[in-house]
Design a protein around this ligand. Structure first.
Ligand code: SAT
Ligand code: MN
Length: 590
């Protein structure tokens, strides 16, 4: 096997000048023992893997049943995103907005540079060039992550278009996002994720976990990109992207924004129920979409990522057959449990765990065997329903955008916004119960506008204004919807079966787009009557459906009053349209 290119002097012949200069600066600051510029080759990945296995950081799984699959155990204090340690550092605090933690750029740089000083001593520094989006797409944007974690370098290869082609594009673009990362000592007291949107740069220290460490993902493709998108006239959103093909062969592209661990991956990979033959779902993305008004007045979308960092627990042959098959080879698992045979295991799978996520013999007294936020990292190419359009330079035109959250009460199964402006209000009103994807309490209802609360790189007031401005440019905008798969009855049981059955709701949406499906007008928007939904082959008690499609006026009035209170904190940055739209809904309630 060929040895990877190790450049002790970090002077790859093809390296653009600006990258080389920055690498030297970082090298002087962090003092690594070696510098490795990643090429993205198979040989390099094999070498990195081998090295991690030798160091005991990657554990090979049962090679017969899970070929080329590995387990990575992160530090138990480092298993989720840390919002309280994540900052947006703009010159003006008001630009970061009340939705972000803010620090002045100078102070943040000083703090971070102190942490980074000498931090890579005795370690190899990996220079990871990557491209977010198809390599030849005008909508793609590049970055370079410098990290001392080979696990991060390997994961970035699965999650992005990483290596030589990205470096070449950076040379052509002349612009790239600088992401500096060190795992430091994994000390939660010395852990910060800082964003400098005005400088297109990121500094992340002290965590090796996904969203904190794979800087192409949330840090670049959402926080920095949302800022870039505002200045350039597009949108960077926390959305899955799917293609839905009807039995008649009509294809619609749909994007959907849900908070972390609320089923984006499952919806993006939906397997139609047996009672709906001929329908097909193909996946373009499961987490992030970049949206652009096209010359035809439609909104076009690309997925900037090339892989999935999905939640493992609950994934099984019944809930998501495609994902279940997808992670059977060439996958890195993080913080899952193991069976006695060396298979990965998590809650929701058959079989029994032998070793828990911390490497201890499994004992139910210690809690779940797999960490509730345990993950799989896998190339999108592994997905049996991968959409070839994922590589289209222009992206795909959207028919619909869906907002949603995890709400045991209030929000019905589905409703449709009256128009784009009303849809922006609906997006701003998204609320969801917190999940294990972030450090903190699980199950607490919080407002999560457009599922972007943790990810908008600037003031939400300006962000909504930008959404409204994008709408003005669309002569054929997608329809905007809101869904809630998570309604519960008084006994805490889910009212809707979810998973593949969600296709019934998607079908209603695209028939609305095509002008074929009926709806009832309600104060919150258009909703399907019972007969507007295809429920053939689904056993759903009529009382459940009635509850799923009910609009509880007093509860909505109080939710809207709460939203109005939230709007207050944005002061003069709140677009007046938002308040007018909110008042309009209240008026409809009479
Ligand atoms: O940890 S990530 O931010 O990458 C995943 C998520 O929370 O959505
Ligand atoms: Mn996400």
């Amino acid at each position: 096997m060929a040895k990877p290119a190790v450049h002790p002097a970090a002077s790859s012949p093809d390296m653009p000048e600006a990258v080389a200069r920055w690498v030297q600066e970082v090298r002087a600051l962090t003092e690594p023992k070696a510098v490795h510029v990643c090429t993205g080759s198979d040989a390099e990945a094999a070498e990195l893997t081998e090295q991690l296995v030798r160091a005991g950081e990657l554990l090979p799984l049962n090679a017969e049943r899970y070929p080329r699959c590995y387990l990575y155990r992160s530090n138990p204090n480092d298993v989720a995103r840390v919002e309280h340690l994540t900052f947006v550092c703009t010159k003006s605090e008001a630009d970061a907005g009340p939705n972000n933690h803010w620090m002045a750029p100078d102070a943040a740089h000083r703090k971070m540079d102190e942490l980074f000083r000498g931090a890579m001593r005795g370690r190899t520094m990996y220079v990871v060039p990557y491209c977010m989006g198809p390599i030849d797409s005008p909508y793609a944007r590049c970055g370079v992550e410098i990290t001392d974690s080979p696990y991060v370098a390997l994961s970035m290869r699965l999650m992005t278009r990483m290596g030589d082609a990205a470096l070449a594009r950076i040379g052509r673009d002349g612009v790239f996002v600088r992401g500096l990362h060190s795992i430091g000592e994994l000390d939660p007291e010395r852990r910060f994720i800082m964003h400098f949107p005005e400088e297109l740069s990121i500094k992340s220290f002290g965590s090796g976990y996904g969203g904190n460490a794979l800087l192409g993902k949330k840090c670049h493709a959402l926080r920095i990109a949302s800022w870039q998108a505002r200045t350039e006239g597009w949108l960077a959103e926390h959305m899955l992207l799917l293609a839905l093909e009807s039995p008649a062969g009509e294809t619609h592209y749909v994007a959907a924004a849900f908070p972390s661990a609320c089923g984006k991956t499952n919806l993006a990979m939906l397997v139609p129920p047996a009672s709906m033959p001929g329908w097909k779902v193909r996946t373009l993305g499961d987490d992030i979409a970049w949206l652009h008004p096209g010359p035809d007045g439609r909104l076009w979308a690309i997925n900037p990522e090339a892989g999935y960092f999905g939640v493992a627990p609950g994934t099984n042959a019944k809930s998501n057959r495609n994902a279940y098959d997808m992670v059977r080879h060439d996958t890195i698992f993080t913080n899952v449990a193991l069976t006695a045979e060396g298979d990965p295991w998590w809650e929701g799978l058959e079989g029994t765990p032998a070793i828990d996520w911390q490497g201890r013999p499994y004992d139910p007294k210690n809690g779940p065997a797999a960490h509730p936020n345990s993950r799989f990292t896998v190339s999108a190419r592994n997905n049996p329903c991968y959409a070839a359009e994922s590589d289209a330079a222009a992206g795909v035109p959207l028919s619909a955008i869906i907002f949603g959250g995890r709400r045991r009460a209030l929000a019905p199964l589905v409703f449709e916004a009256r128009d784009w402006r009303h849809g922006v209000l609906v997006g701003a009103g998204v609320a969801s119960e917190t999940t294990a994807a972030i450090t903190g309490k699980v199950g607490v209802l919080r407002r999560d506008p457009m599922a972007m609360k943790p990810f908008a790189g600037y003031n939400f007031g300006d962000y909504w204004q930008h959404w409204l401005a994008i709408g003005e440019r669309l002569t054929r905008p997608p329809k905007l919807f809101h869904v809630n798969w998570f309604r519960q009855d008084a006994g805490g049981r889910f009212l809707w079966p979810g998973f593949g059955e969600n296709l019934r709701v998607l079908k209603w949406m695209i028939e609305r787009v095509a002008g074929r499906a009926g709806a009832l007008d309600t104060p919150i928007g258009a909703m399907p009557a019972r007969e507007d939904l295809d429920l053939d082959g689904l056993e759903l008690p009529p009382a459940s459906l009635a509850e799923l499609l009910a609009v509880d006026a007093p509860a909505w009035r109080s939710d809207l009053a709460h939203l109005a209170g939230e709007f207050d904190q944005y002061g003069a940055r709140l677009p007046p349209v938002m308040r007018r739209e909110l008042d309009e809904v209240l008026k409809r309630f009479g």
